[in-house]
Structure formats: structure tokens, C-alpha cells
Design a protein around this ligand. Sequence first.
Ligand code: C2E
Ligand code: MG
Ligand code: MG
Ligand code: MG
Length: 288
Amino acid sequence: RDKDKGGVSISFYEPGMEEAAKRRAMIESELRSALIDERVEPYFQPIIDLETGEVIGFEALARCRASDGSLLMPDEFIPIAEQSGLISRLFLQVLKKGCLVLRHKPPHMTMAINLSSLQLSDDWLAEQILAILTETGVAPGRLEVEITETALVANFEAAHAMVTKLKRQGIRISLDDFGTGYSSLRHLSELPFDKLKIDKSFVARLGNDEASDTIVRTVTTLAHNLGLKVTAEGIEDDAHVSFLQGIGCEYGQGFLYGRPAEASRRRVTEDAANEDYEEAEAFPTSSR
Ligand code: C2E
Ligand code: MG
Ligand code: MG
Ligand code: MG
């Protein structure tokens, strides 16, 4: 800092640093109390079969309702949850609430949920997931666990063990944010992934630059050759859809079809479980 001002510079202070530290502490304490009060919850974004336009399922994306009523977003609180040892509890709360919604959906519908790289070496995770599936009556085949390409590369051995364990239980696995993490063909072919999700940064540039078109087409072909289905993330307009349909990309997700939204909060009163939610009205069963 302040190199051109001449003097010795050993300042650890940057303007805004104190503010950032305060905000971080605030988020951590909000998260702690939200986990206790069960104010961490999934928002649901539909995933569409690009050929038929049908909703095949949804991704559960974590949101945290702060004590002042404002909504905290995962890009901010997930890293803090990871650093403060709260990520596993957060995941389980989102999973449980998501399953309570999923069980009222048609049985062909699936739910995707995001795993943190820190959870890859959690020895209890598979058992905890299965316990929630059993408790909520959701078949394991309806759950899709998303692991980012970055997490895979950073912890290949742990990812390998976790994916193998979850697959044995009948849970499906997607490789998320593909194209941002520099995995190798070995990474891809040695793990039994079901789906590959092309990162939204590539989808956003479709039609604007030839490189993105080529990348998306090539990645889709590669995935198909490895026996994986492909989901394109971040679909925002019809031109994206035509391109993706043209290259045989199976599934899509994006603001064009629906933003992540809350499930209906109406309680299913006749049900014994008082935390049970009725139909999530947030997303339709067809995109057209
Ligand atoms: P992700 O798993 O790649 O999820 C997709 C993100 O893209 C979501 O952001 C979603 O709102 C956004 N998105 C979807 N369609 C569009 C589109 O058409 N345009 C644009 N610009 N964005 C779109 P969100 O909900 O803010 O989540 C951000 C990230 O936070 C997720 O990326 C995921 O990595 C992480 N995350 C969310 N929930 C959880 C969770 O429960 N556990 C963990 N470990 N990570 C989570
Ligand atoms: Mg995801
Ligand atoms: Mg993603
Ligand atoms: Mg992402």
C-alpha cells in the first residue's frame, strides 16, 4: 500500500477491512441462530428437459433468513459456514426441508443439492443423508448430489470415495460448474457421475463468441461419449435453448425457465409432521 508515497509501508489495514470483518461476524452469528431456529431453507429452481419442455426436477439452493427479515445469499454465507464448521448442519437442514417438499412432487421428479468440498471427507455424511431420505420417505434415486469440478480436483481421493459410497446407495451424482475447475479426463472417466452441468459463464456467452459455442458443443460431446447426461446452467434466452437443443444437450436450468423461489409456506395440517410443506407453488410442472 501507498508505495508511491515514499515512506515505509507496513500497513495491514485496508479501507473497508473493518467493515468486512464486521459483516463476516454478523453473518456467522446470523447463521448460527438461523440454524437453531430453522431459518435456513432451500429455494427451488426448476430443471427442464430441453426436448419436451417438461420440468424434471429442481435444484435446492440455500437461503438464510436473517433476524431482520432480509435474505442472505449463498455466495456470501457458504464460505463463512465452511470456515465456522457449520456447513454440515446447513446442508442437512436444506436437505431435510427439500425432501419434505420433494415427497409431494410426482415421483419422477428429482432434487439436486450442493455439497461443499469440505463434506467430501465427512465419514458420516452418507448415513445422515440416508437417514433423512428414510425419515421423509424419499427414494434415494430421486436425490442428486452436486459436486463442483473445483472440489473434485482439490480432493480427488476423497471425492472418489464419497461418490462411490453415495452411488452404492442409489443416489445420483452431478459434476457442477463444469469448465471452471481444470479437471482431467482421468477425473471424469474414473468417477461414476450421472450428469455434467456446464457452468453458466459459458452458456451466457453462447452466440456472442465462437469459442464458447465450441466449448459447449465439445464438452457436451465429451460427456455423451463418457455416458453422462448434460445440463446447461444459466439459460437466459431462447437463442441459448435452440443452440443447446441443436447439440443434443438434455437438460437446462436458468432464469428463462424460473428463478430460484420459495416453496409455498402453507402447512399440510392433516399431516402429522408439522414442518411439512404442501406443493411448492414456486415452479410449474411444465415450462410452456
Ligand atoms: P450453483 O450450484 O452453480 O447454482 C446455480 C446458481 O446460478 C444459483 O445461484 C442460481 O440462482 C444461479 N442461476 C440460475 N440460473 C441462472 C441464470 O439464468 N442466470 C444467472 N446469472 N444465474 C443463474 P445461488 O442460488 O446464488 O447459488 C450460488 C452458489 O452457492 C451455487 O452455485 C452453489 O455453488 C452454492 N450453494 C447454494 N446452495 C448451497 C448449499 O446448500 N450448499 C453448498 N455447499 N453450496 C450451495
Ligand atoms: Mg449446483
Ligand atoms: Mg453450478
Ligand atoms: Mg456455481
